[in-house]
Design a protein around this ligand. Structure first.
Ligand SMILES: *[C@@H]1O[C@H](CO)[C@@H](O)[C@H](O)[C@H]1NC(C)=O
Ligand SMILES: *[C@@H]1O[C@H](CO)[C@@H](O)[C@H](O)[C@H]1NC(C)=O
Length: 481
C-alpha cells in the first residue's frame, strides 16, 4: 500500500467507509384513493429496456435490465412484447466470477437466463432505440427486428439505465442519445396515435435534463428520473458498502433508483400500488435521509394524472404476490451510502488493487489503471476549465460554465450548437468519454452565451496542445465514435 498516492488513498477510504444505517426521512403518505385500474383495458402491455453501457466495470446496468425483464415476465408480459437492448458482454466475460450468471443484488439469483437478445453488441445504439420506439422497422440496423408495434389502446413502459450527463444519455455503440432527439421521437410517437399511455423510467446522472423544459404534458406520458437536472445518480451494492456484493465481485451490482423500483415491484401485488406511491418509495430510497447532500432526488415529469394508475397497468403483477398488498409499512427502505455512478470505475480498480497480493503484477496493473483513469479525468476537467477561461476570462468563467437555468427551462436553446461544440472539443482535446459527459452543461452554456464554433475551435486548439493517450477511448466512447 505504501506506494499508493496518499491523496487517492484518502479518497477511496472515504468512499469505502461503511456508513451507518439510515433512519427513514419522510413519512409515506398513502394516497386517499385506491389505485386506478382500468378494468376495461383491452390493450397490450409493451416494454422497452435498454442498458447503455458495456464493459465489465459497468456490470450493474445490464444486470438492471435483466432484472427488469424477469420482473415483467413474472408480471405476465409476453416475451414478444418486451424489447431488450443490452451489449451482452457480462455473463460470459472472463472477469465474471460466476460464468453465465448475472446477479442484481448480493443474495439475488441469476437474472440473465432467458433474457432475449433483441439488440446486442453494436446494435445497441441510439438510432435503433429510436426506430424501435417509433416502430419503424426499415430504420433498423441489425437486431431481432422486434419493434414497438403498438396500437392506440396499448400501454408502454420504457426503462433506460446507464451513465448520462446534462442533456444526454450514454449508448454502448455510436453517438450518445440527446434530449432533443428523444423528445422529438416521443412527440412523433404520440402524433402517430400508437399508444394509450406511456411510462418512462430513467436511471442516469442528470437524467432530469432529458425532460426538463420539454412539453410532455398532454401526451399521456409520465416519467420519473433517478436524478434532478443538477446531480449525479448513484450506484449500490458496491465493494466496501455496508451491503456489498459477494466478495469475489469487484463491481457494483445495481443502481439505487433501479434497485428501489424493482425490489419494490418484486414483492408487492402491483394492483394495489400506484405509480405515485412507487415514486415516493423510490425517492425516499435514492436520497440520503441523514445527509441531504448525499444521494439524488427522484423527479417526476409529464402528465401527473397518470400517476394514480396502478403499476399493474404497465408492469403486470406476479400472482405469487397476490396476498402482499402494498402499504407504507412494507415498502422497502434505503440500505447503504450510495456511490456516485461516475466513481464506480475508481472503486473497481481500487478494489482490484486492494485484493491483489502485495508485490504482484496484478497489483501493479490495477494501480496503473487507476492512475490512468485519474489522469484522463484531470485532462478533461482541466481542458474544459481552460477553454472557459480563454472564452470568458478567469473570473467570469466558472459562473458562466456552471450556470443552471431556472426550473422549467431546457438546458440549451440550440441543441445543434451544443453537439457541434462537443465535436470541436473532441477534435482538439480527445474523446470526452463517459466521464466527460458531466461537462455537457458547460458546452450548453458556451452556446447559450452565443459563442461561435470558430472561436471554440481556436481556444480548444490553444487549450489542448497535446492529447494524452487515453486508455478509455476504446471502451468509453465519446461523440465522434
Ligand atoms: C422509417 O425510417 C426510414 C429510414 O430511415 C425513413 O425513410 C422513413 O421515413 C421512416 N418512416 C417513418 C414513418 O418515420
Ligand atoms: C391468498 O390468500 C387466499 C385466502 O387465504 C388463498 O386461498 C390463496 O391461496 C393465497 N394466494 C397466494 C398466492 O398465496
Amino acid at each position: 500500500m505504501d506506494t499508493f498516492p496518499p491523496l487517492l488513498l484518502c479518497l477511496f477510504v472515504l468512499a469505502a467507509v461503511v456508513s451507518a444505517r439510515r433512519g427513514l426521512a419522510g413519512e409515506f403518505r398513502r394516497l386517499a384513493s385506491e389505485p386506478d385500474i382500468d378494468h376495461n383495458f383491452r390493450g397490450t402491455k409493451w416494454a422497452v429496456l435498454l442498458a447503455g453501457s458495456r464493459g465489465f466495470f459497468d456490470y450493474r446496468h445490464q444486470a438492471d435490465v435483466c432484472h427488469a425483464y424477469q420482473l415483467l415476465r413474472k408480471g405476465g408480459l409476453k416475451e414478444e412484447n418486451i424489447i431488450v437492448f443490452m451489449y451482452d458482454d457480462i455473463a460470459f466475460n472472463k472477469k465474471n466470477p460466476r460464468p453465465g450468471v448475472i446477479i442484481n443484488k448480493p443474495d439475488g439469483g441469476d437474472v440473465y437466463k432467458g433474457v432475449p437478445k433483441d439488440y446486442t453488441g453494436e446494435d445497441v445504439n441510439a438510432n435503433n432505440f429510436l426506430a424501435v420506439l417509433l416502430g419503424n422497422k426499415s430504420a433498423l440496423t441489425g437486431g431481432s427486428g422486434k419493434v414497438l408495434d403498438s396500437g392506440p389502446d396499448d400501454h408502454i413502459f420504457i426503462f433506460y439505465t446507464d451513465h448520462g450527463g446534462p442533456g444526454l444519455l450514454g449508448m454502448p455503440a455510436g453517438p450518445f442519445l440527446f434530449a432533443d432527439d428523444l423528445n422529438e421521437i416521443l412527440r412523433r410517437k404520440h402524433a402517430s396515435g400508437t399508444y394509450k399511455r406511456l411510462v418512462f423510467y430513467i436511471e442516469a446522472c442528470q437524467s432530469g435534463t432529458m425532460f426538463e423544459g420539454f412539453p410532455l404534458e398532454n401526451m399521456n406520458i409520465y416519467a420519473t428520473t433517478a436524478a434532478n437536472p443538477k446531480e449525479p445518480s448513484f450506484a449500490t451494492y458496491c465493494p466496501g458498502q455496508d451491503i456489498g456484493p459477494p466478495p469475489e465481485y469487484s463491481v457494483c451490482l445495481s443502481n439505487v433508483y433501479s434497485a428501489a423500483w424493482m425490489e419494490d415491484s418484486d414483492i408487492h401485488n402491483l394492483r394495489t400500488e400506484t405509480l405515485h406511491e412507487q415514486y415516493k418509495v423510490v425517492k425516499a430510497r435514492t436520497r440520503d435521509g441523514i445527509r441531504p447532500h448525499v444521494g439524488s432526488h427522484t423527479t417526476q415529469y409529464g402528465d401527473r394524472d397518470l400517476s394514480s394508475d396502478a403499476l399493474f397497468q404497465y408492469l403486470g403483477t406476479n400472482p405469487a404476490n397476490d396476498n402482499f398488498t402494498f402499504v407504507d409499512d412494507n415498502s422497502l427502505r434505503s440500505s447503504s451510502k450510495p456511490i456516485n455512478q461516475r466513481d464506480t470505475v475508481l472503486i473497481y480498480f481500487w478494489d482490484k488493487f486492494h485484493k491483489a497480493p502485495e508485490g504482484s503484477a496484478e497489483k501493479n496493473t490495477a494501480q496503473k489503471q487507476l492512475l490512468d483513469v485519474m489522469s484522463h479525468r484531470m485532462h478533461i476537467d482541466n481542458s474544459v476549465q481552460l477553454i472557459g477561461k480563454l472564452l470568458f476570462g478567469i473570473e467570469k468563467s466558472p459562473e458562466i460554465l456552471n450556470n443552471v437555468r431556472p426550473a422549467g427551462s431546457v438546458l440549451v436553446d440550440d441543441w445543434g450548437c451544443m453537439k457541434t461544440m462537443v465535436r470541436t472539443f473532441e477534435t482538439h482535446c480527445g474523446s470526452l468519454s463517459r466521464y466527460g459527459m458531466k461537462h455537457m452543461r458547460s458546452f450548453a452554456n458556451i452556446c447559450n452565451a452565443g459563442i461561435k464554433n470558430e472561436q471554440m475551435a481556436e481556444v480548444s486548439a490553444q487549450a489542448c496542445v497535446s492529447i494524452p493517450t487515453n486508455p478509455w477511448s476504446s471502451l468509453q466512447r465519446g461523440f465522434s465514435a
